[in-house]
Design a protein around this ligand. Structure first.
Ligand SMILES: *Cc1c(COP(=O)(O)O)cnc(C)c1O
Length: 413
């Protein structure tokens, strides 16, 4: 049964585990807690170590439960292969450290997730040049390219101001120049957007967010879409070039990124993420509908100064978002009128929970400048368009009217 070709996204996820025989006919891939894998014939163990036979060696480098999750994500992201990590940051750090070396140049989005921005700044201190550019314009990316550019890295919808990257045009540019193009698809997930269709060679996901979906597991992944030609990539070691060229990048990510840095996804977290994924399409449909309703209510209220949501016709990249994505996502941010304090407003909410994280089933609200973007300082916040009173909302799956009423009632003090 090849569920990838025949069925839709939810059907494919639900029946993916049954593509391979599961112990006792269990409908979920079991949680394999074992770290070591025994072989009757020691020669088989050697074959596995030499990459000549499929199999597991040691928990840090792969696990059957994690492997089943990798297959699911790979199906969703139309990949040639996927490798999972302990967190989304571990997945991004693996791309940065396993595939780049001193003297390389990276073009990254100026609107990255805060910790990703911080990671690229650390890499800059280790001899990798990084330019942060406005990826809503492919021309800004083009102007930043140099002969030493090895990677272009962007997100789909930026958090918290919801800028939308010009994903397909950047992809065309990278493919024309033979540059590796990595897209962090966390904000959209494969439900709303498949970066492979925009020419991405690598797709990064924080599984912690929409994939797991319930705020109960950390995880990350890198998918190789098969579009990038690794034969022209100068940073691969000989051991990574064992099999066909299409697998070279992922082989190096698995060895240098996962094995050597050691941020392996645990089997229990993999199980939570796999169960969460079964309802991703249902959750995201509801979350997008709720976000749209909430954004419309806020935009129509005179006590709200600005609303940032790609689904609003007033959003700078509304047309681009409509072209690229199946829906406009479930994250929005807004600024209140001068007279309303953002802390007081959040404290008046009964359903919106003051909490970090996003992609949870519950609606989560955070005063951006005072929390997740506190460390970067006022100057960079201003440059990123983050007002001191900006409130970010990760919209959950609550009943729509309850949510809209809650956010409206809190406007009155
Ligand atoms: C949360 C997030 C990450 C990091 O993922 P973790 O699983 O928290 O490490 C990376 N990119 C984006 C866009 C995110 O929202």
């Amino acid at each position: 049964m090849n569920v990838k070709r025949t069925y839709g996204l939810t059907t494919a996820i639900l029946h993916s585990d049954r593509e391979k025989p599961i112990e006792h006919g269990a409908l979920h891939k079991p949680i394999h807690a074992g770290v070591a894998f025994g072989y009757r014939d020691a020669r088989d163990l050697a074959q596995v170590f030499q990459g000549k036979q499929a199999g597991f060696r040691y928990g840090r480098q792969g696990n059957p439960t994690v492997g089943a999750l990798e297959d699911k994500i790979n199906t969703l992201e139309q990949g040639a292969g996927t490798v999972c990590f302990a967190t989304g940051m571990a997945a991004i750090a693996a791309v940065a450290t396993a595939l780049l070396r001193r003297g390389d140049h990276v073009v990254a989005s100026a609107y990255l997730f805060g910790n990703t921005h911080s990671l690229w700044e650390s890499m800059a201190g280790k001899g990798i040049d990084v330019d942060f550019v406005d990826t809503t314009r492919a021309s800004a990316v083009e102007q930043a390219l140099r002969p030493a550019t090895r990677l272009v890295f962007t997100e789909t919808i930026a958090n918290p101001r919801t800028q939308v990257a010009d994903l397909a045009r950047i992809g065309a540019l990278c493919n024309e120049r033979g540059i590796l193009y990595a897209v962090d698809n966390t904000m959209t997930s494969a439900c709303l957007f498949q970066p492979r269709n925009a020419g991405a060679g690598l797709v990064v996901n924080s599984l912690t967010k929409y994939y797991a979906g319930h705020g109960n597991a950390l995880g990350g992944s890198v998918t190789d879409t098969g579009l990038f030609d690794w034969r022209g990539f100068p940073n691969l070691g000989e051991p990574s070039k064992n099999g066909p060229a299409s697998g070279w990048g992922l082989a190096q990510l698995r060895a240098k990124g996962l094995r050597d840095f050691g941020a392996a996804l645990g089997p229990e977290a993999a199980h939570h993420i796999a169960v969460g994924m079964e309802t991703i399409a249902l959750r995201i449909a509801r979350q997008c509908a709720n976000a749209r309703a909430l954004a419309s209510m806020l935009a129509a209220d005179p006590r709200v100064k600005a609303v940032y949501y790609p689904g609003l016709a007033t959003h700078s990249q509304h047309a681009l978002a409509a072209q690229l994505f199946a829906d406009f996502g479930a994250l929005l941010s807004f600024e209140l009128d001068e007279g309303i304090d953002c802390f007081d407003y959040i404290n008046r909410l009964r359903l919106g929970v003051a909490a970090s994280n996003l992609g949870d089933t519950r609606t989560l609200v955070i005063p951006v400048a005072h929390t997740i973007f506190y460390e970067v300082g006022a100057q960079r916040r201003a440059a990123m368009g983050i007002a001191e009173g900006l409130i970010r909302v990760s919209v959950g799956i609550e009943d729509t009217s309850d949510l809209v009423n809650d956010f409206q009632a809190a406007l009155a003090d």
